[in-house]
Design a protein around this ligand. Structure first.
Ligand SMILES: Cc1ncc(COP(=O)(O)O)c(C=O)c1O
Length: 352
């Protein structure tokens, strides 16, 4: 997110040295003396802890807002120890990071009190916003009771209740839940499950996957392999399984005067041909239902999913709906692939 013009703090060059920080501290907190300087933390904590001078506070893991360091100090600490995802770190020598102290609803706030409208919902909080009170209370309550127990050989009421609720929401026929750590892992699980199924029924020639051009399914090696965004994939290609890539039905590219449905139907001919040619060796087709998000929010008509469901059945190929980015109401329905005519064989659900 580009910083708003005029905010001297976020435009500050990121690799500033300590002397510069001191003058920025004064500028960011006009009227205040350097109450947050590390030696002050030490003193104030030492006082509150009965003069024990071994107790120090330099802002690390400290939730007292009065102890916040200036934004610039967090930037320097970050750059010394953090590599950010999907990022060329060199860029941050020119484009400063924005340190965020807290979030509420649609708003983020940095360490100087500057607020930002989180117009991209930090990708994953568009449904409920930041620090949703009901969700946080439920998480807190659960943490007090049981923080985790291995799910192999054990079970508990919350996982049963969640699985019952998800099964009730899921497309017909999807009655079991398997939990993974994140979106990429969920895609890995779906891919492995499909392969494993065909192996169990003796169809061992089925080892390949069909995907759409410009699709994105995550960063782990299997998920990267079934995606098609070169920016993420190109360098790792020698490590990845080969997939069958079919032109995307992306309606941005439709001909003048052509409707979304007409375009998606026309594009489906490529999928039909791929299925006819590769069904004997294909485990599954994997798609992002309706919107190819990381590929540039490219959308297609629901008729494509209906045609795909029918063709996958006819050719005996699984259909994996990767709903990591579009599930739980983000495209209107709870599961965009859950219309009766297009229900997938397996479904990767988002984390919210
Ligand atoms: C469609 C889709 N699938 C999978 C993933 C990977 O999810 P994660 O980042 O949790 O591994 C993403 C992430 O953006 C995604 O958009």
């Amino acid at each position: 997110m580009p910083p708003p013009p005029g905010d001297a703090d976020v435009f500050m060059p990121v690799l500033a040295h300590a002397a510069k920080h001191r003058s920025e501290q004064q500028r960011e907190r006009p009227g205040k003396t350097r109450a947050c300087a590390p030696h002050r933390y030490k003193n104030s904590h030492a006082r509150r802890s009965g003069g024990n001078s071994s107790v120090k506070c330099d802002g690390r893991l400290c939730h007292n807002p009065a102890h916040d360091l200036p934004n610039s100090a967090y930037v320097v600490r970050d750059l010394a120890h953090v590599w950010h995802p999907c990022t060329q770190m060199k860029d941050h020598e020119q484009l400063p990071l924005i340190p965020i102290r807290r979030g509420r609803g649609a708003w983020l706030e940095d360490y100087s009190g500057q607020r930002y409208l989180d117009a991209i919902s930090s990708w994953w909080v568009n449904l409920f916003g930041h620090a949703n009170a009901r969700i946080n209370a439920a998480v807190r309550e659960q943490l007090e009771e049981l923080e985790q127990v291995i799910l192999a050989g054990f079970t508990h009421e919350p996982v049963i209740a969640l699985s019952e609720a998800l099964s009730a929401l899921a497309p017909a026929g999807l009655t079991r839940c398997f939990y993974a750590d994140n979106g990429s892992s969920a895609v890995e699980v779906a891919v492995k499950m499909s392969f494993h199924y065909w192996r169990n029924v003796g169809r061992t020639a089925k080892r390949r996957f069909i995907t759409l051009s410009n699709s994105y399914h995550g960063e782990t090696l299997g998920a990267l392999a079934v995606g098609d965004v070169d920016l993420y994939k190109e360098i790792y290609r020698p490590l990845l399984m080969e997939v069958i890539t079919v032109p995307s039905p992306d309606c941005f590219a439709r001909a003048p005067g052509e409707s979304w449905a007409e375009h998606s139907r026309r594009k489906f001919a490529h999928m039909e041909a791929a299925l006819a040619q590769h069904a004997h060796e294909a485990c599954a087709v994997i798609v992002e239902p309706l919107v190819q998000c990381a590929g540039g929010m490219r959308m297609y008509d629901p008729v494509y999913l209906t045609l795909l469901r029918e063709a996958c059945d006819r050719h005996q190929v699984h259909l994996i709906a990767d709903e990591i980015a579009v599930g739980f109401g983000r495209t209107g329905t709870c599961s965009p692939a859950s219309r009766p005519a297009s229900a997938p064989t397996s479904c990767a659900c988002p984390r919210d």
